[in-house]
Design a binder for this molecule. Structure first.
Ligand SMILES: *[C@@H]1O[C@H](CO)[C@@H](O)[C@H](O)[C@H]1NC(C)=O
Ligand SMILES: [Zn+2]
Length: 360
């Protein structure tokens, strides 16, 4: 089952809008490049043969990789291995060239290709502990009068202030963390603030969940989704000593094969039943629309304690500095509690993580 609805598509396109403009709609064509993997083999001269109408490639074109400033991408060359192929198809090494998810994978290097330090988590046992299902999409909470607010794509520059706001209301939330998106660097690079923010979330009683290493579309390939999950696990292990059993797929895209892999990797796949649409309303003149969505849900005449699982993004200023406080007040007014996803599903905290007890 592919769970891509209209809302999900909006989410996808708006998440991308946060980044540099992209060429990812052309990504499928990567597969149709000569030799399947886009590789032009050195020393091989392509010629027009009986079954081909290919253009005649000279030897020079066949052996060289694109250099700084040259074009790259589907139908063009790969960059030299130390360069990134930007979303617009130029080789370079600035953050804008290399930032994932939109840096062109396979046409040079990308932030996505970085690997966290320490042992891989792949050999850690993944028993299906607890009563919450694994490998199937969960859209709603269970415990009456709970409201699980979730924040995707961070941490980022506003996250510290968001944690202060949550503290002020003694509210708990769930953070679907992405390891290296949007040029922010690795979450486990402690010269940056992300690692200590994640520790603070953890020790404040919020829930840490995975939103993959670099926010790629997990339906692309099995290899990619395993790497995307395992690398984020290693990075989170480097920060809190373990990794989550809860995840949300980027762009809300996880087809049957992907769900099977999430099941095998021991993950609860979390969707939502309220989309705050904060990503399209990140403007003082528009954020009221997001507030209205939440207000409508919490004042429904047939409310009766119906639990909610809401999605937002801590990378947007209006979400952090305006929407969140509004939501927390409304949640209180409605007699609800702002809790983590684990709590709203009645899953004890011990089941939210798998600890890595191996020595480094
Ligand atoms: C917060 O949202 C309201 C609309 O609900 C808007 O009028 C106000 O300007 C926003 N405040 C800030 C500081 O952006
Ligand atoms: Zn996301």
């Amino acid at each position: 089952m592919i769970f891509v609805g209209l809302l999900f598509l909006f989410h996808a396109s708006m998440s991308l809008q946060y980044h540099v403009p992209i060429a990812s709609q052309h990504r499928d064509s990567v597969l149709s490049v000569r030799d399947g993997d886009g590789e032009l083999h050195p020393n091989r001269i392509a010629t027009v043969d009986d079954q081909s109408t290919d253009i005649h490639l000279g030897q020079h074109d066949a052996v060289s990789k694109a250099r700084l400033g040259e074009r790259c991408g589907p139908g063009k060359r790969k960059c030299e291995s130390y360069l990134c192929c930007s979303p617009a198809g130029y080789c370079g090494m600035t953050a804008a060239h290399c930032m994932s998810p939109d840096c062109q994978l396979g046409y040079g290097t990308c932030d996505a290709d970085k690997v966290p330090e320490g042992k891989s988590t792949k050999r850690i046992q993944r028993p299906h502990i607890g009563g919450v299902p694994y490998g199937e999409v969960i859209v709603t909470c269970k415990v009456p009068y709970t409201f699980a607010m979730t924040y995707d794509d961070g941490p980022n520059e506003f996250t510290r202030d968001l944690l202060d706001i949550l503290d002020k209301y003694q509210a708990k939330a769930t953070f679907f963390i992405t390891g290296i998106n949007s040029g922010k660097g690795q979450i486990d690079d402690f010269t940056r603030p992300w690692g200590s923010l994640i520790q603070r979330m953890h020790y404040s009683g919020h829930q840490i969940a995975s939103h993959t290493w670099s926010h790629q579309d997990l339906t692309a390939s099995r290899k990619l989704r395993k790497q995307q999950i395992l690398k984020n696990e290693a990075a989170l292990r480097n920060i809190i000593g373990g990794f989550p059993t809860y995840m949300r797929p980027p762009y809300s895209k996880c087809d049957e094969d992907c769900l099977r892999d999430m099941d095998q990797l021991g993950y609860h796949v979390i969707s939502f039943n309220i989309d705050t649409a904060d990503y399209i309303n990140d403007d003082p003149d528009k954020i009221q629309l997001s507030k209205d969505i939440v207000d409508k849900a919490l004042t429904s005449p047939s409310l009766d304690g119906r639990p909610y699982l809401a999605i937002g993004h801590d990378i947007h200023a209006q979400t952090v500095y305006n929407l969140t406080e509004h939501i927390l007040q409304r949640v209180n007014d409605a007699g609800y509690r702002a809790v983590t996803v684990g709590e709203c599903l009645e899953d004890p905290r011990d089941n939210w993580y798998r600890w890595d007890y191996r020595s480094a």
